[in-house]
Design a protein around this ligand. Structure first.
Ligand code: NAP
Length: 521
């Protein structure tokens, strides 16, 4: 039983005394209001958290990779020590099931340890050394050395759909801390208690490993008020966000209007198109339908990688559609994360039925309770799809749209799609070899291409790309999952003609950290 929740922000090593109620955790399935009341951080407290982060930066950013890794590993250990509390509160606040929350805790601590390993090894800083050539003609060459350095304090907005792996100590926080950036987290109103338990774990780890105060703060009070204050503050040097397109673009706008514009790494909306070619159907239409159904309904469809758009050639796939129809109709309602996601799902699935040419292929015949969604599949011709740009919009939840056209029409439509996190192509290897232009067109629109698989299930590893052209993210040159996520919070710095003793250890002649470097004599 969790008894220690206070409902206040973490301003460095102190707890806020805030006095304005920001809200409560709410059980989405019952509407039950959960104690305690969460209090918004005051403007003075926000200012203090940011001043502490600024003061922590010069100290924290100069700690060795080994020391920062000790902090990340301690966070992982502290989170594991309260996993039962996290799961107990998480179930209440999110309606996610225990195995999902335990699995997501495992992913969260795994990410922290992955970044710890990366910075202990140290080569990620991309050290480059061009030695001086005083005798070079016609002009001498100077000694130049460069490496990546952290940007400064980072604001992290928690995701409603990943209360652990993309929230208080999730991937954005882990990668920013690994890079050497203090973090100021804006808690999500959908799971404030879960956020508090994790925040306490991070603060305990910071104390245990002797981190400077201000390396980490968590603020309650919402993104639109407290979050905007943080993003507009000169102390903040970058932003990590996962959520709606409206939220992400509002933050991009605020960041761009600052006296010093800063990068915003927002992961927003994606419908993750799937292209099915006839050869894939020949291998088993019903099996394909089962796998697709499992993917678009996974986690009540609340994944950024949910496959919300399927291109299926006309004249084939009747068994695929038949199986999909029967599975969808027989499926049960699922509880969504919160009332506003339910409202958005209801509105988007109602709006699409009013669009010319859109038919409802199948909808679950079960009964939806409070904040529940019924899985649904729509169908439209490619001609009508092309007429209505709104059909490219995300229906966040268990919904998908099947688009029917010839293979040539499907290929022609791909370059007109918005930027996506992923695209999947179901085909034989022979079809793939012939359809290189289709694969190239898909590659130009996405961050990750999948062959004969589905986009849900994002492996956390060094080659993962969880990013893509706008609007799937605000900056398609980045990923928010995997070790490459650290590069979002760094910038290259070069040292010219510096004495060896004044250089960072990574750039000294003796290579004391024994990292991989690019060296030119
Ligand atoms: P959201 O509304 O974008 O909120 C995410 C965070 O951003 C919250 O802390 C929110 O604060 C803040 N925020 C929203 N608008 C803001 C603004 N104008 N300025 C500053 N901060 C702002 O996302 P959500 O609550 O997680 O889910 C709502 C919808 O987002 C869903 O229905 C779905 O369509 C989409 N979504 C997409 C993904 C994805 O991965 N593609 C993931 C989650 C959600 P407040 O508490 O003040 O609102």
């Amino acid at each position: 039983m969790i008894t220690s929740l206070l409902g206040t922000s973490f301003i460095g090593y102190s707890r806020s005394s805030g006095n304005t109620a920001a809200g409560h955790g709410i059980q989405p399935g019952t509407g039950t209001v959960l104690e305690p009341t969460y209090l918004a951080a005051s403007a003075t407290e926000v200012e203090r958290a940011l001043a502490l982060a600024s003061a922590a930066f010069p100290v924290y950013s100069k700690l060795s990779g080994k020391v920062r890794a000790g902090f990340l590993r301690a966070i992982a250990t502290e989170i594991e020590s309260v996993v039962d509390d996290i799961v107990e509160r998480g179930i209440l606040e999110t309606a996610l099931a225990e195995p999902r929350l335990r699995g997501e805790t495992g992913r969260t601590v795994g990410q922290l340890r992955m970044f710890a390993g990366l910075i202990v090894e140290g080569s990620w800083v991309d050290a480059r050394i061009d030695r001086a050539q005083p005798d070079r003609q016609p002009i001498p060459k100077v000694d130049l050395r460069s490496m990546l350095r952290p940007l400064g304090p980072v604001a992290v907005f928690c995701a409603s759909n990943f209360p652990l792996a993309y929230s208080v100590a999730g991937g954005d926080t882990a990668s920013a801390l690994a890079a050497g950036c203090p973090v100021v987290v804006i808690a999500h109103s959908s799971h404030p208690g879960t956020a508090e338990i994790i925040a306490e774990a991070v603060i305990r780890a910071a104390h245990l490993t002797g981190m400077p105060e201000g390396v980490f703060s968590v603020l309650y009070g919402g993104g639109r008020t407290v979050g905007q204050m943080v993003v507009k503050h000169p102390a903040i040097q970058a932003v990590g966000f996962t959520g709606s397109r409206a939220g992400g673009t509002a933050l991009m706008e605020s960041a761009a209007k600052r006296a010093q514009p800063i990068p915003v790494y927002a992961e927003m909306s994606s419908v993750n198109p799937i292209v099915i070619l006839p050869g894939a159907l020949a291998r088993g239409e019903e099996v394909l339908a089962e796998a697709f159904f499992a993917s678009f309904t996974l986690g009540v469809g609340q994944f950024c990688t949910n496959p919300g758009l399927v291109f299926l050639p006309v004249g084939v796939g009747e068994k695929f559609l038949g199986k999909l129809k029967s599975l969808t109709e027989a499926s049960v309602a699922g509880t969504l994360l919160n009332a506003s996601i339910c409202e958005a799902f209801t509105a988007s699935t109602a709006a699409i039925t009013g669009v010319e040419g859109v038919e409802t292929l199948a909808r679950s015949v079960s009964v939806a309770g409070l904040n529940q969604a019924l899985p649904v599949v729509f169908e439209v011709s490619i001609a009508d799809f092309l007429k209505h740009e709104t059909l490219q919009g995300e229906m966040f939840g268990p919904a998908s749209l099947i688009v029917r056209g010839t293979v040539a029409e499907i290929e022609a439509v791909i370059p007109t799609l918005e930027g996506q996190l992923t695209a999947s192509i179901h085909a034989t290897q022979e079809e793939l070899a012939v359809k290189t232009s289709l694969v190239d067109a898909l590659q130009n629109r996405v961050g990750r291409l999948i062959f004969n698989g589905f986009p849900t299930g994002v492996e956390v590893c060094s080659s993962m790309v969880h990013g893509g052209p706008f609007p799937s993210t605000s900056d398609g040159r980045s990923t928010s999952v995997g070790t490459m996520a650290i590069f979002r919070f760094c910038r290259p710095v070069a040292w010219q003609s510096f004495p060896d003793s004044a250089l960072p250890a990574e750039l000294r002649d003796a290579n004391p950290l024994e990292i991989k470097r690019t060296e030119t004599n």
